[in-house]
Design a protein. Structure first.
Length: 113
């Protein structure tokens, strides 16, 4: 079955950077678009970024220019490089394979001074 394991979250000061990782298994990773989403405390989950199987990227307006999604098809990994972090980026971040309903456990990002 689909398994997704996110890692790399933590506490960072405003303006700092973090790189999130997602290890995927149980489906045809190399042919699947992959998404990152996030859920802030008290808010609904929101989509953050998508990368197609061939590397095309799209972003939510709130993170465009600051976040970069990438993938390693040889190792079934997807990444989210987050730069110039803001307090409003505080959330639990999740990856998901487009077209599948499974979510991982998420990784928590806290941006605070």
């Amino acid at each position: 079955q689909v398994q997704l394991v996110e890692s790399g979250g933590g506490l960072v000061q405003p303006g700092g950077s973090l790189r999130l990782s997602c290890a995927a298994s149980g489906f045809s990773f190399s042919t699947s678009p992959m998404d990152w989403s996030r859920q802030a405390p008290g808010k609904e989950r929101e989509w953050v970024a998508r990368i197609t199987s061939t590397g095309g990227q799209t972003y939510a307006d709130s993170v465009k220019g600051r976040f970069t999604i990438s993938r390693d098809n040889g190792n079934n990994m997807v990444y989210l490089q987050m730069n110039n972090l803001k307090p409003e980026d505080t959330a639990v971040y999740y990856c998901r394979a487009f077209g599948f309903s499974s979510w991982g456990q998420g990784t928590r990002v806290t941006v605070s001074s």
